[in-house]
Design a protein around this ligand. Structure first.
Ligand SMILES: Cc1cc2nc3c(=O)[nH]c(=O)nc-3n(C[C@H](O)[C@H](O)[C@H](O)COP(=O)(O)O)c2cc1C
Length: 184
């Protein structure tokens, strides 16, 4: 099993990147992970680019990466009450071609960290919403880390209860993949 991770913050030292690392550490042993590192290179989605002869290489690579992984983990800060545009743009790219998209049916989960105590709640809710609309098989539960700049030490969440919720969520995602495999 392998999981593709999309981190919505593009900055070095991102707390969401730390959250992604903490989540990956909780996946069962043997589960592989890839962080897609090129969201900043992805052009804004345009139907004019979405043709075989115009498709940007990075968009093709993102679609292939989603197709080649068993599950998707979206890790989002909150920008003005929603997802950062880099993440929404990535979801838009992988939601097409309509009816044959790489994200359709893909097990997915959403995490988020923000400086406010609300832990990127609106961004997490919007992450679940847009992934559902795009056709992913997304968990309704999410994990949010508030006051994120004080929340990590040595790559882990310092709040044991929150860390337990993170572990439970990523294991639920892995279990969803297993169930989908068993049903296939
Ligand atoms: C353009 C912009 C808009 C923001 N809007 C919100 C917001 O609506 N709610 C919130 O809690 N934090 C907001 N923030 C703060 C970010 O959530 C905070 O910087 C976040 O922790 C950054 O994540 P990172 O450490 O992964 O980069 C905003 C930050 C930026 C740059």
């Amino acid at each position: 099993m392998n999981v593709l991770v999309l981190v919505g913050s593009l900055r070095a030292g991102s707390t969401n990147r730390q959250l992604a690392d903490a989540a990956v550490a909780h996946l069962p042993s043997g589960v592989g992970t890839t962080v897609f590192e090129r969201l900043a290179d992805l052009p804004h989605y345009s139907e004019e680019l979405d043709h075989d002869d115009a498709l940007p290489e990075v968009a093709r690579d993102l679609r292939d990466a989603v197709a080649d992984h068993d599950a998707l983990l979206l890790v989002t800060p909150e920008y003005n009450g929603s997802l950062p545009s880099a993440l929404k743009n990535a979801v838009d790219w992988v939601s097409r071609p309509r009816g044959a998209s790489s994200v359709a049916g893909k097990p997915a989960a959403v995490l988020g960290a923000s400086g406010s105590p609300r832990g990127a709640q609106w961004a997490r809710e919007d992450g679940v919403k847009v992934l559902k609309v795009a056709g992913a098989d997304v968990l309704d539960d999410t994990v949010g880390v508030g006051s994120a700049f004080q929340a990590f030490a040595e790559g882990r969440l310092t709040d044991a209860e929150l860390d337990g919720a993170l572990r439970d969520l990523v294991r639920s995602l892995a279990a969803k993949v297993e169930r989908a495999r068993d049903a296939a």
